[in-house]
Ligand binder design. Structure first.
Ligand SMILES: Cc1cc2nc3c(=O)[nH]c(=O)nc-3n(C[C@H](O)[C@H](O)[C@H](O)COP(=O)(O)OP(=O)(O)OC[C@H]3O[C@@H](n4cnc5c(N)ncnc54)[C@H](O)[C@@H]3O)c2cc1C
Length: 342
């Protein structure tokens, strides 16, 4: 089937900030042949190209030049490796949360801490999604990519993916690897991860909580803490939790005894939400955008906001954190078209 390009296509429903972005050209990609066709088209007529999943980790400009291709490759395959282990291969276009829930329904465990993260399976390795003590990199065996520079289609191992905190090979090489499938190594034997204190507390009445109970607790906590993009536009956490060295940590701890920070190797990971909250930003509203009233890490679009407004707000928050704590906050979602962080 050849590609059905649409011109002047509204992406308002395809980004969770709900920005009124318009793509010069939009196309849905359902098959591998269409990936190859798109590659050939762009090679014939070079232009900017954005691969889009669920648009939940992007800050889009009003006008998007070139082509936006939404990756909708489907598929789910389950292989039993032994009495405990299962290999699951998912198409990049599958919905992440629906996949987590469907696997749980089949008594396949390991993803329950990552419930309710919006977006597509293919985007999950890009920033190595993580929540409640688990990252996708912990469960991933391999990623199948279409290499945009060579037009080759191959598998990358977990080691090749070079995962870090909200970081990966894919994030560091934007536009190079189109993820087509993701292969996970999961379990039939429950092995709940309860390292995250609020999750442990939520399940304190159960000595050995079943993964289903973990899944439900994660969903409950997330629903109570995070704004639903269907109600208020947002992209989840807007800033990464910064890492600082021990001396810097001690200096801040002396000034702010209630600082929220955890040891992370030889460094300390500081709760960015605490820094922003401490400076009084929580609940701030400036025009159509603001900082969520319950969650200082989440910037929101109340309706009618746009990228420039979010950029300006993000810039002000980053400046105030820099001045107060000598910490450089890093923005988590990607700006498209790319820009220097405000
Ligand atoms: C309410 C809310 C809560 C969130 N909670 C979390 C959380 O707990 N933990 C967390 O880690 N994240 C969280 N996020 C961020 C976001 O959901 C994840 O980063 C998610 O994986 C993004 O998926 P997506 O399909 O929406 O990606 P998109 O926003 O569409 O794309 C993100 C990036 O991936 C690239 N991309 C998309 N598809 C492909 C592909 N097939 N191959 C290669 N590159 C591709 C895009 O070009 C873009 O650079 C949250 C977001 C929201 C709105």
């Amino acid at each position: 089937m050849s590609l059905a390009y649409q011109h002047g296509y509204s992406l308002k429903a395809l980004n969770t900030f709900g920005f009124d972005a318009v793509a010069e050209r939009f196309v849905a990609i359902d098959t591998l042949d269409q990936v190859r066709e798109l590659h050939a088209d762009i090679r014939r007529k070079p232009q900017p190209l954005l691969w889009l999943g669920g648009g939940s980790n992007l800050v889009l400009a009003d006008q998007i030049p070139g082509t936006v291709a939404q990756i909708r490759l489907r598929g789910r395959r389950i292989e039993t490796l032994n009495s405990d282990e299962v290999r699951v291969t998912l198409g990049a276009g599958e919905n992440w949360h629906a996949s987590v829930e469907a696997l749980l329904d089949e008594d396949i465990f390991g993803l329950e801490n990552l419930a309710l993260i919006p977006g597509a399976v293919g985007s999950a390795p890009v920033q190595n999604i993580g929540a409640y003590g688990v990252e996708i990199g912990d469960r991933l065996e391999a990623v199948e990519v279409f290499d945009w520079s060579s037009a080759e289609h191959y598998w990358l191992s977990r080691e090749d993916c070079a995962f870090g905190y909200r970081d990966s090979l894919f994030k560091r090489n934007p536009g190079r690897y189109l993820i087509t499938r993701v292969r996970l190594r999961l379990n039939r034997r429950p092995a709940p991860v309860l390292t995250y204190a609020p999750l442990r507390q939520a399940l304190a009445d159960q000595s050995e909580p079943h993964p289903r109970a973990v899944f439900e607790a994660v969903c409950r906590i997330r629903r109570s803490k995070l704004p639903d993009p269907a109600q208020i536009g947002n992209a989840g956490s807007f800033f990464k939790n910064p890492l600082i060295d021990a001396a810097h940590h001690q200096q801040l701890r002396d000034r702010f005894p209630d600082l929220v920070a955890y040891p992370d190797g030889r460094h300390y990971k500081v709760a960015a939400g605490w820094l922003i909250d401490r400076l009084g930003w929580k609940g701030y509203r400036g025009g159509a955008v603001g900082v969520h009233r319950h969650q200082a890490l989440v910037l929101v679009n109340y309706g009618g906001g746009n990228r420039q407004q979010i950029e300006a707000l993000s810039g002000r928050i980053r400046r105030s954190v820099r001045e107060a704590f000598a910490i450089e906050l890093e923005v988590e979602p990607g700006f498209y078209p790319p820009t220097v962080q405000p």
